[in-house]
Design a protein. Structure first.
Length: 321
């Protein structure tokens, strides 16, 4: 189950990172949740849930028991700062589980900036992190004195840890700006000039061929054939350039490589060669294969209108009572 759910998350997260809240009765009584995590339990489904949390950085938001002394109804998210409160009600008349209520710190229908996440033209979303220098970022972040920062933030009056998290986000953002370029503004898709010229030429020749005389049509057909050949050759050259670009970018942007491979790995299956019963030879010509299939379908087809209903009724055998 968790593998299918992970596949779904990976699919919807290809272009952007959505806010995901996974809830339900997971029926995992051995987990003892403290601050959103639990001690690992060496059992199959427990391991799947733990791997899911580790892979997505998810946090479990329900602290209290939901049935008896066990916490069975769980809420997973990797946006814990967006959930301001989590309450478990007493067991009711219609269920032996307590009702879990989570309050969001923003209105999901308003479409405004959520929580204290740094977004916009000056945030993480404006950076091209696929080409960032992560080694340099790791070195700079590792050299920072996080313990001292935590102590300074803890000295603030009535601080619940939000100040420390805000400082961490700002520091990481500053480091990311140093080692990552800004995203380029999306522009109009550029069409190859040579290809555009050849396609326009092919369209003009096709129009002229319709109204051309019989003598001139031969010349136009030859020219149209030559243009079609040049279009195919140019498309092959573009495909080769794209493949070289994909191979060169495999280290910097592996997602681009695998997307290209997946796009071209699907092959259309065709009808296999058919055996002709008369001479026992294999038929590969499309027209001959179509005729053989037509003969086969016609051999097993019966026309209801050509059957005499009286003769059909007499042919039905009588069964003894």
């Amino acid at each position: 189950m968790m593998r299918d759910f992970q596949f779904f998350i990976d699919k919807i997260s290809m272009n952007s990172v959505p806010d995901i809240y996974s809830t339900g009765d997971f029926n995992l009584p051995l987990f003892k949740w403290v601050d959103g995590s639990s001690v690992c339990i060496d059992r199959p489904f427990y391991n799947e849930v733990q791997d899911f949390m580790d892979s997505n950085g998810a946090v479990q938001m329900v602290d209290g028991p939901t049935r008896g002394s066990n916490t069975l109804d769980l809420v997973f998210t990797y946006r814990p700062s967006y959930i301001s409160d989590s309450v478990v009600a007493d067991e009711g008349l219609f269920s032996d589980h307590g009702l879990v209520t989570c309050s969001l710190s923003f209105n999901p229908l308003a479409g405004k900036q959520r929580g204290n996440l740094v977004v916009g033209k000056d945030g993480f979303s404006a950076l091209d992190l696929t080409t960032a220098d992560y080694d340099a970022m790791d070195q700079e972040l590792a050299a920072y004195d996080w313990d001292d920062l935590f102590i300074q933030c803890a000295d603030e009056a009535e601080d619940d840890g939000s100040l420390f998290l805000e400082c961490v986000k700002e520091i990481v953002l500053l480091v990311a700006r140093k080692h990552a370029k800004k995203k380029k503004k999306p522009g109009r898709r550029k069409v190859d000039r040579v290809l555009r010229h050849l396609v326009c030429r092919s369209k003009k020749l096709s129009k002229r061929l319709v109204h051309a005389s019989s003598k001139r049509s031969y010349k136009i057909e030859d020219e149209l054939t030559d243009v079609s050949k040049r279009i195919k050759e140019h498309l092959l050259s573009i495909e080769k350039k794209t493949e070289r670009k994909v191979v060169d970018a495999i280290k910097a942007n592996p997602k681009f490589f695998y997307t290209h491979v997946k796009k071209h790995s699907k092959l259309k299956s065709s009808v296999a060669p058919l055996l002709r019963e008369e001479d026992g030879e294999l038929v590969t010509d499309p027209v001959e294969k179509a005729e053989l299939l037509q003969d086969q379908f016609a051999a097993v087809f019966s026309d209801p209108s050509a059957v005499d209903p009286l003769a059909a009724a007499e042919a039905v055998p009588e069964f003894a009572e």
